[in-house]
Design a protein around this ligand. Structure first.
Ligand code: C5P
Length: 232
């Protein structure tokens, strides 16, 4: 497991998503489906992509009371996705309930990872809106350790945090890192970015790449470039 490029399929419809993925004839990329596409197209979208041979990271970031998350995870476990996630802010009890709900009767389950602090949250917003006064880097590491203690497999984090997460939680604890840009590409709204080659060097397990691939003139070439630089 690990060392792969996950394409963030941030499209609004199944038609757009399938038209985009139809361009990939030699390989079946690992894809991320987020809230927009899942809420628009539902589980049928996941089933269709699985049928076509894609691995799927279902990025729904669950955060609710433990019992509700447990039951929702039981439903998701039947979709046969490869990775799902929750917010670590939901507490250790919620994450433990998520593991329990996700585990199928035969003992297997998709990988479960936690969002630590969203990269859109900065120190100021965390202190002002959430009344969390510790340095954000410490909060991220604390959430990562709590996720590990709850039995999760890894975290979504900034590539800049991946090395420290591995030091705190061990090499086998997965780091899934968005915020990836080519050195000659546009950053867009991402502020703390790394190239695929840098993400490889600091030990990210999976990179999540959206616009540098989806908006490229030649998405297949951009994907192959990412793979070469990251897995290479
Ligand atoms: O287009 P871009 O490469 O910026 O897409 C990155 C993907 O990763 C998007 O789907 C975005 O929502 C997601 N993501 C992120 N930062 C996080 C968590 C998720 O960019 N902290």
């Amino acid at each position: 497991m690990g060392k792969d490029v996950i394409i963030a399929c941030d499209f609004a419809t199944a038609a757009e998503t399938l038209a985009f993925l139809d361009r990939f004839t030699d390989r079946k990329p690992f894809v991320k489906i987020g809230m927009e596409l899942f809420y628009a197209e539902g589980p049928a979208m996941v089933r269709e992509l699985k049928k076509r041979g894609h691995r799927i990271f279902l990025d729904l970031k669950l955060h609710d009371i433990p019992n509700t998350v447990k039951k929702a995870m039981t439903v998701l476990s039947k979709l046969d996705v490869d990775i799902v996630n929750v917010h670590a802010a939901g507490t250790k009890a919620m994450m433990e309930a998520a593991v329990e709900g996700l585990t199928r009767p035969d003992g297997t389950r998709p990988l479960l990872i936690a969002v630590t602090q969203l990269t859109s949250t900065d120190q100021t917003a965390m202190e002002r809106d959430l009344l969390i006064r510790e340095p954000i880097a410490d909060v991220v590491m604390h959430y990562a350790r709590t996720a590990k203690a709850a039995g999760l497999d890894g975290v979504v984090c900034s590539p800049l945090e991946a090395e420290e997460v591995h030091e705190a939680c061990g090499r086998a604890f997965l780091t899934v890192t968005p915020g990836i840009r080519f050195a000659d590409g546009e950053a867009g709204d991402q502020k703390r970015i790394m190239t695929p080659a840098e993400a490889k060097r600091i030990g990210s397990d999976y990179i999540v790449v959206g616009r540098p691939i989806t908006k490229a003139a030649d998405p297949v070439a951009a994907y192959e470039r990412c793979r070469n630089d990251f897995i290479g």
